[in-house]
Design a binder for this molecule. Sequence first.
Ligand code: SF4
Length: 260
Amino acid sequence: MDANPRPLRRPASVVQLLRQVRSSLVYLKASGCTGFDCSAEGLATLARLGIPQRDAQTGTLPPADQETPTEADVVATVPETLDAIRADLGTCTRCPLSRGRSHIVFGEGDPRARLVFVGEGPGFEEDRCGHPFVGPAGQLLTKIIAAMKLSRETVYIANIVKCRPPGNRNPEPDEIRCCLPFLKRQLAAIGPQAICTLGGVAAQTLLESKTPISRLRGRFHEFMGIPLMPTFHPAFLLRNPNKKREVWEDVQKIMKKLTT
Ligand code: SF4
């Protein structure tokens, strides 16, 4: 027997299937289904297994056409894509925030992102252009993402509500109730390895907690079976630059959590 057997290489179709199984589990848990293992540990294992492996000898990744799902993969897939969720949202009037908005800010980034940032809601600039986290706070978030050796294109950025609350007030519970199912579906479709909430409203909403952000931040919680790190909102950091060190500590913990 070979004393140093080469590690078994997972075919690309299996990698694809593992990713889809993980997304399906997250989706089912978000839909309220029970009776199966959707623990953070189980999902983390699936996340690790669902990473394409480089060939041990050539160091190359599987060709793109090998990433194409097989028929069995497709059968196993929950038929939710970000495009389908966006289409379902339509020109949403499910809550009163629709009346004052210029644009729905759906969220943007990599549909297979390992990390999803969740803020509170669009502000003036975001409402004007339809993109999340633009303007001064968005520029600071972009710098934080770059410091994590990631980019806005490789993460996903969304908000608790997709339309701007008047005067940038906090979203009302009824508004959150109407909008949150779409964010949950987005998270299920993406299947990230970690979520980073920005500011108190996002953290308290997803964690169903009234604990202040200053006490929630700094450690991982869990949402839909996904590790969730709360940290301060970039707009808060602009007003309180002495808090940047704490945010840097939080994002370093996230960086350690992300598998490559
Ligand atoms: S905030 Fe969400 S639920 Fe309310 S109108 Fe906008 S998209 Fe619809």
